[in-house]
Design a protein around this ligand. Structure first.
Ligand SMILES: [Zn+2]
Length: 497
């Protein structure tokens, strides 16, 4: 007698193998059997017509605080995400005071929790206050740099400060963080040189973690930045994950052909280098960072590529939500200013926490990166304001509907591998990302014929169609398309079940 049996699903095991019709038995928090199951269960779900896959692992999350302050994390679980890896782009969760100041630029952090000092406390706080999905963490470079140096310092750290940054990185890795992230276009990470990052990556390499980077340049200097990132992995001796792999600005379109070749060449040298991607041609970030990186100025367009004012949408304006959804171009016209001056006036009037979505990538590049075997999937979601970039709500169903079913860029089993088994392996998540006996029962059920994202730039905060059930550690968090509010998640620690 099993606790739950899912009957007649087409089971994709997360390894890249094609689907097979099978039943799935679940007892406690694990899968106990997959196949033709004759025994009975306390509860049965008929999954005829549905595919069953391991729950999706979002390798690029910024929900470090959201998992505690909004434990339903509805935008994630509705799209089949059962594990988030937080701490990306250098924005990490610990120590809490430094993290709150740093994170406020991109996320809401009105935490009511006892502040945690290090990653041990952060992960324990998640375990004591479980959200609806699992949480694994990267150590964030900005956060430890800010804590060790006492703020945003435009200089290299002293040897004592670097030692403190190494200690904080080591603390995180010792208690189960999965790696270190940087965001070398943002403050304060942009003021670090390669040697500083290598020093911290050594602490990660010594504990079998990986180095994850929002690189120093995704525009004109993309290829140099890929070189630096691969070089850091080689120098420190750890695997590398290139975050949100892309080339921004029309003058840089097509450069992903070369960046993909550089990844292949590093792989053939024996380096474990991979990347992740969200399936859209717009990025989303702080307006402040785009201005600081020269996005609207004359010249090269700097580290985040160029966008014209009509390609920029305001996602979140905390002190005046009525502006959300407007284009930068509408301010250019209203105020009769250049794009850069209009952006600066918005920042002056509304503060540096304004988030935007900015088109600037090529659809052909998006497809080429997606089809390459080095690419896994991550949302980079920032569910803030009334018009967040739709990737926070639609990434996984968009891949499964638009790119798998409608356009045939990936086979279904390959897409599922890039959402499950591949990230579980890369980020050392034991017994996750696989739908097989003994693995944790993180499962998503969807209809391959109808699954599709419904999150658009105009109306982003919508879950998908065709994804009725999501199970985390054996418990339904989405049932018949509705959130059960089950707090079924837990903190995950590197290489620990
Ligand atoms: Zn980033």
């Amino acid at each position: 007698m099993h606790r739950l049996i899912i009957r007649n699903a087409i089971v994709y095991d997360g390894s890249g193998s094609p689907g097979v019709r099978a039943d799935i038995a679940i007892d406690d928090d694990r899968i106990s059997a997959v196949g033709e199951i004759s025994s009975e269960a306390a509860q049965t779900l008929d999954a005829s017509g549905l595919a069953a896959a391991p729950g999706f692992i979002d390798v690029h999350s910024h929900d470090d605080f959201q998992v505690l302050t909004e434990p339903d994390v509805t935008h994630n679980v509705l799209q089949g995400i059962t594990t988030v890896i937080v701490g990306n782009c250098g924005f990490g969760a610990a120590p809490a005071e430094s993290a709150q100041v740093q994170m406020r630029a991109i996320q809401e952090v009105d935490a009511t929790f006892e502040p945690w000092s290090g990653y041990a406390d952060y992960l324990e706080t998640v375990d004591r206050n479980p959200p609806s999905l699992n949480v694994a963490a990267l150590v964030g470079h900005h956060t430890v740099r800010r804590a060790a140096m006492g703020g945003v310092e435009k200089r290299p750290p002293s040897s004592d400060e670097l030692a403190e940054m190494r200690r904080m990185t080591a603390e995180g890795m010792e208690v189960g963080a999965v790696g270190l992230s940087t965001g070398l276009v943002y403050e304060p990470g942009r003021y670090s040189d390669t040697a500083e990052v290598v020093a911290l990556a050594e602490e990660v390499a010594a504990r079998d973690g990986i180095y994850v980077s929002h690189m120093r340049n995704e525009g004109d200097g993309l290829l140099d930045a890929v070189q630096e990132t691969i070089g850091i992995g080689k120098a420190a001796g750890c695997g590398v994950e290139i975050s949100h792999h892309k080339a921004v600005g029309a003058e840089n379109w097509g450069k992903v052909t070369q960046s993909l070749e550089m990844i292949e060449s590093a792989q053939s040298d024996g380096l474990d280098v991979t990347a992740d991607q969200y399936p859209y041609t717009a990025r989303s970030t702080m307006l402040f960072a785009l201005v600081q990186n020269g996005t609207f100025g004359s010249g090269s367009g700097g580290a985040m590529g160029r966008s014209s004012p009509d390609e920029v949408l305001l996602c979140s304006v905390p002190d005046d939500p009525s502006l959300e959804g407007r284009t930068l171009q509408s301010f250019v016209e209203e105020w009769d200013l250049t794009g850069e001056d209009a952006a600066n006036r918005i920042l002056k009037e509304h503060g540096n926490e304004v988030l935007v979505a900015a088109f600037g990538m090529d659809e052909g590049d998006v497809r080429m990166v997606m089809a390459h075997p080095s690419t896994m999937i991550g949302t980079d979601g920032l569910d803030r304001g009334s018009k967040p970039h739709p990737r926070a709500w639609g990434t996984y169903p968009r891949i499964l509907g638009k790119y798998v079913r409608d356009e045939g860029i990936l086979s279904l089993e390959d897409a599922i591998w890039r959402m499950t088994g591949f990230p579980a392996k890369k980020f050392s998540l034991t017994d996750r990302g696989a739908l097989k006996p003994g693995a944790f029962a993180d499962i998503v059920l969807f209809d391959p014929a109808t699954v599709i994202d419904r999150a658009t730039f105009e109306d982003p905060r919508n879950g998908p169609d065709g994804m009725p059930h999501v199970i985390v550690n054996g418990r339904f968090v989405i049932r018949d398309g509705k959130h059960t509010h089950a707090r079924a998640g837990r903190a995950l620690r590197r290489n620990m079940a």
